[in-house]
Design a binder for this molecule. Structure first.
Ligand SMILES: C[S@@+](CC[C@H](N)C(=O)[O-])C[C@H]1O[C@@H](n2cnc3c(N)ncnc32)[C@H](O)[C@@H]1O
Length: 238
């Protein structure tokens, strides 16, 4: 009887989760899946977001990370003890880096109204406050204002577990990839939120920047899954 009630509650809980955006094929669902992968493969490293705007995806990424972290800590049915690799993995709290001008899109020649310079303007103080409301505080979160090309020296010292590139523009993606390249490792998740923008034209936007990046660095970036209207997840091989 008690078990029935428990199972019923679990199913209701799952229904709520399935009905929530975390289980949809959108950015939040992709972030959730990326963290599920990081915890399943015990991949240590930080979270990097290039293109923060108001902080929505950054905060949701942290909520998903918290969810999987607590689940691994609490689970008593795992086929291993929480010692060695798992203990070391659990001991590290990833830092959530958010890079943005916090002043809107920079000058660009993409010719898209929606990406005009100054669009997506936000304020770093508002993003800091929103993070705090969710429970995400410094030093766990580091918001870095400025152009990616000018803030690359503020990339952290640890490898990247997840890199979320959501800056739409070709030039910005080139700068973001250039900045994060030294932190990519075997298994790093790369999420490109605007990969198929510009009607998937290979000579524009994030798609062009990634192709040139792999040619330049020789890194193998394997397609993982597509999500949202124009996004694509990849896994890095190094
Ligand atoms: C689409 S918004 C990001 C949305 C956010 N990830 C979310 O889902 O909540 C794109 C952001 O990229 C930033 N951006 C684009 N190019 C940039 C660059 N070169 N340097 C810094 N920020 C840039 C813009 O300021 C803008 O806030």
């Amino acid at each position: 009887m008690t078990l029935n009630i428990l199972d019923n509650l679990k199913i209701r809980y799952r229904r709520i989760r399935i009905a929530s955006s975390l289980h949809r094929n959108d950015t939040l669902g992709a972030l959730h899946r990326a963290w599920a992968y990081v915890y399943a493969t015990v991949l240590p490293g930080d979270y990097y977001e290039f293109g923060v705007y108001k902080g929505t995806s950054l905060i949701n990424s942290w909520l998903s990370q918290q969810y999987f972290h607590q689940r691994l800590e609490r689970s008593e049915q795992l086929p291993f003890k929480r010692t060695g690799t798992v203990a070391r993995f659990l001991a590290q709290a990833p830092t959530f880096y958010g890079f943005d001008t916090f002043n809107g899109m920079p000058d660009n020649s993409e010719g898209e109204d929606a990406l005009a310079p100054g669009s997506f303007r936000s304020a770093i103080a508002d993003v800091t406050r929103r993070c705090a409301v969710a429970g995400l505080h410094s030093p766990e979160v580091r918001l870095v204002p400025g152009l990616f090309s000018e803030t690359k020296n503020q990339i952290g010292p640890n490898q990247a577990a997840i890199v979320h590139i959501d800056c739409d523009l070709y030039g910005s993606t080139v700068d973001a990839l250039d900045a994060i390249a030294p932190r990519l490792t075997q298994g790093t998740v790369l999420l490109f939120d605007d990969y198929n923008l510009f009607r998937a034209n290979k000579n524009q936007g994030e798609r062009r920047a990634l192709t040139e990046f792999t040619q330049k660095t020789g890194l193998s970036i394997e397609p993982w899954f597509a999500y949202g209207p124009a996004a694509q997840a990849f896994l890095c091989h190094r």
